[in-house]
Design a protein around this ligand. Structure first.
Ligand code: 5GP
Ligand code: ZN
Length: 114
C-alpha cells in the first residue's frame, strides 16, 4: 500500500491530538480546523473512499456515527448542533484517501456548502 497520512497517524508514526480510540475507530483533531470543533473519525481499516465501502463494513460505518455522537457530547456541541461530512473523490475536495468522517461544530454552518 502507498504511504497513507491517516494510516501513519493510526500507527502513531505521525503525531496527532487523539480524542478517542477503540479497536476499530480512532478520532483526532483536524490539523487545519474549519470550525471551533473539527474532529476526524477514522476507521483503523484502510478504505480509500465511500465508493470502496463494502457490505462487510456496515457495522464499522455505523460505529463511526455512534463515535461521532459521543464526541459531539464530549466536546459540548451535541445540543447546539454540528455537521458530519464525508467527502468522496475530486469534486468533493477529498484530500486524504483514507475514509474519514468530519465532525464540525461550535459555530453556525451555512447551506449549501461551498
Ligand atoms: P478531506 O478533504 O480528505 O475530506 O479531509 C482531509 C482532512 O485531513 C483535512 O481537513 C485536513 O486538514 C486534515 N489533515 C490532513 N493532514 C493531516 C494531518 O497530518 N493531521 C491531521 N490531524 N489532520 C490532517
Ligand atoms: Zn490509510
Amino acid at each position: 500500500m502507498q504511504e497513507c497520512v491517516f494510516c501513519n497517524i493510526i500507527s502513531k508514526k505521525t503525531p496527532a491530538e487523539f480524542v478517542y480510540e477503540n479497536e476499530r475507530v480512532v478520532a483526532f483533531r483536524d490539523i487545519n480546523p474549519q470550525a471551533p470543533v473539527h474532529i476526524l473519525i477514522v476507521p483503523r481499516k484502510h478504505i480509500a473512499t465511500t465508493n470502496d465501502v463494502g457490505e462487510a463494513d456496515k457495522d464499522l460505518i455505523g460505529e463511526m456515527i455512534l463515535v461521532a455522537k459521543q464526541i459531539a457530547q464530549q466536546e459540548g456541541v451535541a445540543d447546539s448542533g454540528y455537521r458530519l461530512v464525508m467527502n468522496c473523490n475530486e469534486n468533493s475536495g477529498q484530500e486524504i484517501y483514507h475514509l474519514h468522517l468530519h465532525l464540525l461544530g461550535g459555530r453556525r454552518m451555512t447551506w449549501p456548502p461551498g
